[in-house]
Design a protein around this ligand. Structure first.
Ligand code: EPS
Length: 388
């Protein structure tokens, strides 16, 4: 399974073409729209989300509710485009209109300046438009397709926020993935501890009043993953490495860890490795899951626990210092509409990209043209693993 996304933040629409999904997968726009709606929500989102009503339009690869095996095309409209018709026009326009929303004071931390240097733009809006986190809408749509495929194979994903602008969310002991998913989905902050909501919302309000932004850490959990996805043989087929690449590819994500992650650097081996056990009912299990479901770049059957860190959004209402690209004089960075935080949405985006990598890996390992064929192959593998 592979995909390409296209589209600018204020262009007419976002588009994705996904190739390699087997025939016979049940897929509806409603399943994708549920996630698109959730991505738009969350406490701390800015004015743009009031304008948009993200809904997918599926224009190929699905017929009568089932995938056909042909490339699937997804579109999400940008309602805001109507106000940007001349600024985002495909045809050339008059010079005075061109300069209307020209960006020449790049925002520190955004792609504006380096993108402009790389592609030799006079107007840094060209970088801004494509590097905008608006692109995550279409990645969530792609991830929703992947999640439908995983669900048919009994693989469940969930996400929640574990650090909000430096405030750690202690996860109550013994929560099941189902409980994590339902608590996070009921929370405007995507956290599992409702008693922290007020404190964190107040903090976001304060950050907003200060013209500032916050990031944090989000976690994705995946249960029911077949054993042995990935590779210990090939550096570029290690599945944890592929997931790390995908997570850091999300706008504003700066790092990834699995299980204990960087904490492993502070512990002895005996406090890190997950001891192996076996029973007739479950086959091999680990007594703990410090390694987050991976050994040697391969899934070991324990839940995948992957965390990503999102830096604060670089577009600040209280702008930082920058330089005018025409005269090289110091200037305050351009103030664009922004959100104080998009962390709850980022959690869903991360779950989507993780699901997409896993679906891709499963299709590759159990190559099948049709979902029934794929289900049989996965079931056969699970039986083999249990009896090993
Ligand atoms: C973004 C700036 C804002 C955000 C946007 C990402 O958009 P605008 O400039 O239109 O106000 O709202 O995020 C989305 C549009 C979205 O769908 O998540 C940026 O510059 O990265």
């Amino acid at each position: 399974m592979r995909y390409l996304t296209a589209g600018e933040s204020h262009g007419p629409r976002l588009t994705a073409i996904i190739e390699g999904v087997p025939a016979g997968l049940s897929l509806t726009a409603a399943a994708i729209n549920k996630d698109l709606k959730r991505r738009q929500g969350g406490y701390g989102r800015g004015a743009r989300m009031q304008i948009e009503t993200d809904q997918v339009d599926i224009t190929s690869g699905v017929r009568h509710g089932k995938t056909t095996g042909a490339p699937i095309t997804l579109h999400v409209m940008n309602k805001d485009h109507q106000k940007w018709l001349d600024i985002m026009a495909v045809e050339d326009i008059e010079a005075h209109l061109k300069s209307k929303r020209r960006i020449k004071h790049p925002r520190p931390g955004h792609a504006d300046l380096v993108g402009g240097i790389k592609y030799r733009f006079e107007d840094l809006r060209n970088s801004l438009e494509r590097s905008s986190a608006r692109e995550t809408a279409i990645r969530v749509a792609i991830g929703a397709v992947a999640k439908c495929l995983l669900a048919e194979l009994g693989i469940e994903t969930a996400h929640h926020v574990v650090v909000f602008g430096g405030k750690e969310i202690a996860i109550p002991n013994g929560l099941t993935v189902e409980e994590i998913r339902s608590r996070a989905s009921e929370s405007e902050l995507s956290i599992v501890t409702p008693e922290r909501e007020k404190e964190i919302k107040d903090y976001i309000d304060q950050v907003k009043r200060d013209g500032d932004t916050i990031g944090g850490v989000v976690e994705t959990i995946v249960c029911g993953v077949p054993v042995g996805l990935g590779s210990y043989v090939h550096w570029d087929r290690k599945l944890d490495a592929k997931l790390a690449q995908a997570v850091v590819s999300i706008n504003a994500f700066k790092g990834v860890e699995f299980g204990l992650g960087f904490q492993a650097g502070y512990r002895k081996g005996s406090q890190v490795m997950d001891e192996i056990t076996w029973s007739k009912e479950t086959g091999y299990r680990r007594l703990s899951n410090n390694l987050g479901g991976f050994e040697g770049g391969m899934t070991n059957g324990e839940p995948i626990i992957v965390r990503g860190v999102m830096k604060p959004i670089p577009t600040l209402y209280k702008p930082l210092m920058s330089v005018d690209i025409d005269n090289h004089e110091p200037y305050k960075a351009t103030v664009e509409r922004s959100d104080p935080t998009a962390l709850p949405a980022a959690g869903l985006v991360m779950e989507a990209v993780v699901a997409t990598v896993l679906a891709t890996e499963i299709i590759e390992k159990f190559s099948a043209d049709n979902m029934e064929e794929l289900k049989e192959a996965v079931a056969q593998h699970r039986t083999f693993v249990k009896e090993f």
